[in-house]
Design a protein around this ligand. Structure first.
Ligand code: HXC
Length: 258
């Protein structure tokens, strides 16, 4: 396993786990951490033994944003020429399901990182926000787009224009997170969700993910056509035969991911 300094990685059965680990900076996303997360994601994507990727932080912070100390001296030319934060698109492009388990602060780039994941589970201690405006910038890792799609215009505008943080309950009511659980149970629950997904047929889970994601990119009619074509394609897999045979035989399915 690659040696990382700003993250911890571990494999739990078919789940690849990434734990952000820069406690001295509340897991602020500096270049090294971004590079390490994306490297770990690439490794899990390539590993046929991994069916889901779980990303989490600490009790106090999922991530308190992009690293302000690293960003502060940069010029417009630096950010433009280096296409600052564009690399995070790689996580959005991940084909295996990703789960974010958020406790504590998920601010700025931290909130955006959580929103890059497919399933977002929150501890009751979670606080979400896009406070970039207070620093004289705006969200730069998709926050103005993904937050708006998740919670609607009025709440996204208020959060992006005032920097107001929202708690876990408000985030759940607004549709930003799939579920809120007591902080002490966050990791157990997140592992359960990840293991459940990883226990499904991998190609089918990837098709399901691709189909849901399509809804953000296309018209309803095209999205439904896309879904139907993929649905038809599931019948080309051994796992469709196994899944339906198992139901008929009243036994659990044994998917072989083909
Ligand atoms: C760099 C950070 C950091 C960050 C915290 N730290 N957030 N360092 N970048 N985003 C560091 C602090 O400087 C401090 O280091 C240590 O972590 C602990 O933080 P404290 O502030 O002392 O902790 P606390 O008082 O508990 O306050 C927690 C907090 C606060 C409310 C989360 O740290 C905070 O407001 N952080 C910034 C949140 C933010 O604005 N995020 C958006 C970033 S911009 P020292 O060395 O002093 O101990 C962003 C842009 C995305 O994400 C893309 C578009 C540009």
């Amino acid at each position: 396993m690659t040696e990382y300094t700003t993250i911890r990685t571990e494999q739990v059965d078919r789940v690849g786990v990434i734990t952000l680990h820069r406690p001295e900076a509340l897991n602020a996303l500096n270049t090294q951490l971004m590079t390490e997360v994306l490297d770990a994601v690439t490794g899990y994507e390539r590993d046929p033994g991994i069916g889901a990727i779980l990303i989490t932080g600490s009790e106090k912070a999922f991530a308190a944003g992009a690293d302000i100390k690293e960003m502060q001296p940069q010029t417009y030319a630096d950010t433009f020429a280096g296409d600052l934060f564009a690399a995070w698109d790689q996580l959005a492009q991940a084909r295996k399901p990703t789960i974010a388990a958020v406790a504590g602060y998920a601010l700025g780039g931290g909130c955006e990182l959580a929103m890059l994941c497919d399933v977002l589970l929150a501890a009751d201690t979670a606080k979400f926000g896009q406070p970039e405006i207070k620093l004289g910038v705006i969200p730069g890792i998709g926050g103005s787009q993904r937050l708006t799609r998740a919670v609607g215009k009025a709440k996204a505008m208020e959060m992006v224009l005032t920097g107001r943080l929202i708690g876990a309950e408000e985030a759940e009511r607004a549709g930003l997170v799939s579920r809120v659980v007591p902080a002490a149970e966050l990791l157990t629950e997140a592992h359960k969700v990840a293991a459940t997904i990883a226990g499904m047929s991998l190609p089918i889970a990837m098709m399901a993910k691709e189909s849901v994601n399509r809804s953000f990119e296309t018209t309803l009619a095209e999205g439904i056509r896309f879904e139907r074509r993929i649905f038809h394609a599931t019948f080309a897999t051994a796992d469709q035969k196994e899944g339906m045979a198992a139901f008929i035989d009243k036994r659990p399915p044994e998917f072989n991911h083909s």
